[in-house]
Design a protein around this ligand. Sequence first.
Ligand SMILES: [Mn+2]
Length: 336
Amino acid sequence: MENNSFPEIWEELKNSKSVLIPLHISPDGDSFGSALVMYYILTDMGKKVTVTSAEKIGGFYDLLDEYKIVKWEVDVAQLDFAEFDTMISLDVSDPFRFLKDGEIKGFTFPSDLRIIVIDHHPGFKYFGALNLHYPEYSSTAEILDDLISNFKFKILNLKFKASKMLLLGILSDTGFLRWAVRPELFEKVSRLMREVNYQDLWNTMLYNVPEGNKRFQGLVLKNVVYNARGRFVYSKITLAEMEQLGIPKTEAGGGSDLLKDVRGYDFSFTITEKELGRVMISFRSQKGVDVSVFARALGNGGGHKAAAGVLLADVSVDEAEKLVLEAIKNSSRYVV
Ligand SMILES: [Mn+2]
């Protein structure tokens, strides 16, 4: 399958009337930023645009004006698709990632819905009528930056709002330009910084970590296991521990990033009990280990070489831990 051209994408967007843009499950800054960029562009083109998210997003996002645009806790499975002629799928390689428990239940969109897919994940399924896939890009927002550069903006105020969301998506997916970076990205970021009030964005993103997330980070470090022989670091967090510390579920994130930088260890993961019987495994590596192999070996998981995840159903946290250690042991490179 091949990418469509930017003019083809714009032509399709011009022909749309009512557009659905869902955030993916466990929404992140790239999902949020990319969706809001498209929202601004399409509303300016006179389209009716609906942005939904099956799950709430944690962190600083409620401090942004854009937070109010999203219809939170609206699962795509509950929507009346007769209302939409077009859907823009952003930052996902598989359509089921829009549905809560979609990995487990499976989900397909109506065949008459025109789907435009824009993503940077490996293992990408060309499931749209039109597709843009750039696996070498840091973020979906970076792809949208190229797409927008191809389009002539008339309203400066809109350009400001869209640029802020592009920058947010890029900064979020690269851990503030620490990973998934290329020299070209810094040129784009430098240009975007000149187009927005970047000090304000920096302050919002960096200095508003919710207490709940700090408590979660504490729990991740408290429960850490250093496996020197296998050269990996991991942490297991139960629902009971989170409830005891009053950690909201939306703040149970960022744990594997916290563990991926330890000297002498090649990759990290967290085993987080989201709900009873629902356990999220989140892998990270910056040292050449392809952690998406483990995520795929465990079921319907996926992601990047350096960042991957899988949701396990009908298992306890201890069973999930056994399954993960087994999957690592069975891979050719690692001995537990
Ligand atoms: Mn992304």
